[in-house]
Design a protein around this ligand. Structure first.
Ligand code: SF4
Ligand code: SF4
Ligand code: SF4
Ligand code: FES
Length: 674
């Protein structure tokens, strides 16, 4: 319901959605393995069953995140009644199956499989990045393979065409894991096996350039040194590296990264996704795959870039001069307090990036408010995400998402408007890809450009430029006119429903189709699917919030969510996507003039009193200036001191906002950048 309806939005209790119903119990089958009899559900894989019983079964080409390929031949077992050994990674349990895993015949067959690989493997371990963390090495040692027939060298030149990965096909054991992770997890399908000069290679499909998202998942699952990182090749031995677990700060997916370093220098980034955790069995559907994206895996060089400051700089007589840390903090504190005394707190302003942690943001806003006496504080969320927060606050009384990654993965219908998640949140995008490919969800993607996600969508909805409003209004109209409004919403909030109905009643299907650039039938079908969803998810991003009318369009999307029951159905939910990784946290911690920590309204005397008492300090009166207002005031000479933490308005804002003119009028600028 856009604001012009003038009907106060209903407050709705957001239920904690239980997980979707469990699948019906499967038929149980009996199997005897090495004399132990157990029952397992129909469809169980033999290898998984044996691992579940605590057995150590080698399995070089197996990984739990994608389909078994069955190429390496080391997971062999004997099955009673079968003449040939059976590859346990591809065999399903049958009722009454009797399996042996440790007979001489089996051990011999596994050794032979390894020998077969070693005959064509270069044995260049001393110069291989995988030396010490190589499954072929481990298998050779574990199985005691010492007699290798005369080797045959493949002599394949290294393929160095990728900007981040080098492919050394001499070391490839043709396990297919790189191909499968790319095809089944990333849904990119960049790689395949191909023959050249009688030898098998891994590379792009014939006749097309390598269409790769550079996520590095193929590198992560390669069990040998056939795929290596361009940035760390030949520069380390795995056992020399110290591993530090941290969280990626590039986007709000917050992936866990393993920084592997030597002598204070990050050499490479790895993740939970690895051949080393190939048996890391999912406990439940919808758990993450443990990988990262290109930024997390390869974008670490900035960390040790020589242009980063290691000591503070101060401009003295027009020249940058290095000063010690204690002097820098003393100068900053003294100068800020002088300005406060001379001009009052309103002459000071602060901007903090949405890339800082909650703790950093909390401390910064507290410093600004309770020490420097200013409420002129803002963050990058102002560029867009604040439209989501304020609209959600206004309509629902909460300023955040109501879904989780797991619920999204298990959604049956997903509508994403104005966001290319493969760019903004590549690992969350895998949840949508999994929802579609594995759980057969309907994926509807509406955007003005044909994004990567739109190419994967079951329902691509490419709207005209500025056509988002018409699309959302059309969806609302179609839901109402098809009689598909969520009954509980209509019953609980009849006035809101009626206002909503009236707001779209006068809009014609033809006009909405023309303005949105979509045929009415497409809009109507999308509306019907969303309304009939059992666990639907509605996602929106910068294509909505950063454009003109962003706030109103978020309100309209919330209306659509209420109308289709996405705020009440179990497992359903809404997700506003933000650009910087912790914009939500920056708002939650109060780095905007209108909100105190916990999204408490600054305008409320009662809330301010609570914080005054907690912080033992006075708080500035009145709502402070937002980012554009800070720049205006700075240009007028009213802002004497500006404290920037990780923000660079000169680099991020358009010239038309006269940032340079504004900054040139500020007497004292502190620029603290992580
Ligand atoms: S880097 Fe990612 S997208 Fe590229 S080939 Fe490897 S798995 Fe596929
Ligand atoms: S490059 Fe690595 S992951 Fe890919 S097939 Fe060869 S050995 Fe397997
Ligand atoms: S998806 Fe986001 S958090 Fe994860 S590695 Fe990529 S940039 Fe980092
Ligand atoms: S793990 Fe079964 S054939 Fe490779």
């Amino acid at each position: 319901m856009s604001e012009e309806t003038k009907t106060p939005p209903p407050k709705i209790e957001i239920p904690t959605a239980p997980e979707p119903e469990a699948a019906p119990a499967k038929k149980m089958l009996d199997v005897t393995i090495d004399g132990k009899k157990i029952s397992v559900p129909e469809g169980s894989l033999l290898l998984d069953t044996m691992r579940g019983m605590g057995m150590e079964i080698p399995a070089m080409c197996y990984h739990y995140t994608f389909s078994s390929f069955g190429s390496c031949g080391v997971c062999l077992v004997e099955v009673e009644g079968k003449n040939n050994n059976v590859r346990s990674c591809t065999a399903k349990i049958t009722n009454g199956m009797v399996v042996k895993t440790t007979t001489e015949k089996i051990v011999d067959a596994r050794k032979k499989a390894i020998e077969k690989h070693l005959v064509v493997h270069p044995l260049d371990c001393p110069v291989c990045d995988a030396d010490g963390k190589c499954e072929l090495q481990d298998m050779t040692y574990d199985l005691g393979v010492y007699d290798i027939k005369k080797g045959v060298r493949k002599e394949i030149p290294e393929d160095t065409r990728s900007p981040v990965l080098d492919f050394n096909m001499n070391r490839c054991i043709l396990c297919g894991q790189c191909i499968n992770v790319c095809k089944e997890v990333q849904l990119v399908d960049a790689l395949c096996f191909y023959k050249k000069d009688g030898k098998t290679h891994v590379g792009a499909h014939e006749g097309v350039p390598l269409y790769c998202e550079f996520c590095g998942d193929c590198l992560a699952v390669c069990p040998v040194g056939a795929i290596v990182s361009r940035f760390s090749k030949y520069s380390f031995k795995p056992w020399q590296l110290k591993k530090t677990v941290t969280t990626c700060g590039y986007c709000s997916d917050g992936c866990t990264l393993h920084l592997e370093s030597e002598a204070q220098k990050v050499v490479r980034v790895t993740s939970k996704l690895s051949y080393l955790n190939k048996f890391g069995k999912e406990t439940e559907p919808g758990d993450d795959h443990g990988g990262t994206c290109v930024r997390g895996r390869f974008g670490f060089q900035y960390n040790q870039d020589e242009s980063r400051l290691s000591r503070p700089l101060m401009k003295v007589d027009g020249r940058w001069t290095e000063i010690p840390w204690f002097k820098a903090t003393a100068v900053i504190g003294k100068r800020l307090m002088e300005i406060k005394t001379q001009h009052g707190g309103q002459a000071i302003a602060g901007l903090i990036t949405g890339r800082c942690t909650n703790e950093e943001v909390y401390l910064f806003q507290r410093l600004m408010r309770s020490v420097l006496g200013t409420n002129n504080i803002d963050t990058a969320a102002r560029y867009g995400h604040m439209n989501s927060v304020t609209a959600l606050q206004h309509a629902l009384g909460i300023g955040y998402a109501t879904t989780t990654d797991k619920k999204m993965t298990l959604s049956d219908v997903i509508l994403m408007v104005g966001n290319d998640m493969t760019e903004t949140n590549p690992v969350t995008a895998l949840r949508l890809k999994e929802a579609k490919s594995r759980f057969e969800a309907t994926l509807m993607v509406a955007d003005t450009v044909q994004s990567n996600m739109m190419k994967l969508a079951s329902h691509p909805l490419q709207v005209a430029v500025h056509g988002e409003t018409a699309l959302i209004q059309g969806l609302v109209k179609a839901v109402i006119e098809k009689g598909l409004a969520f009954p509980a919403f209509v019953q609980k909030s009849p006035a809101a429903y009626e206002a909503l109905r009236q707001s779209v009643a006068g809009l014609s299907e033809e006009a909405l189709a023309r303005e949105s650039g979509l045929a009415w039938e497409k809009i109507a079908e999308a509306a019907e699917r969303l309304a009939k969803s059992k666990r639907g998810t509605l996602i929106w991003g910068e294509g909505i919030v950063s454009r003109k009318g962003g706030y109103e369009n978020v309100l309209r999307l919330i209306d659509l969510a209420m109308l289709t029951g996405l705020l009440e159905k179990e497992g359903a939910g809404i997700l506003p996507i933000c650009e910087e990784n912790n914009e939500q946290g920056a708002v939650d911690m109060g780095a905007v003039p209108e909100l105190l920590p916990g999204q408490r309204p600054y305008s409320s005397e009662e809330e301010r009193a609570r914080f005054r008492s907690a912080w033992h300090a006075e708080l500035p009166e009145g709502i402070g200036a937002t980012l554009p207002e800070i720049l205006d005031r700075a240009e007028r000479g009213e802002i004497k001191a500006l404290y920037l933490v990780g923000e660079n308005p000169l680099g991020t804002l358009p010239v038309s906002m006269r940032v340079r003119q504004a900054l040139e009028n500020v007497e004292f600028i502190v620029c603290q950048d992580p």
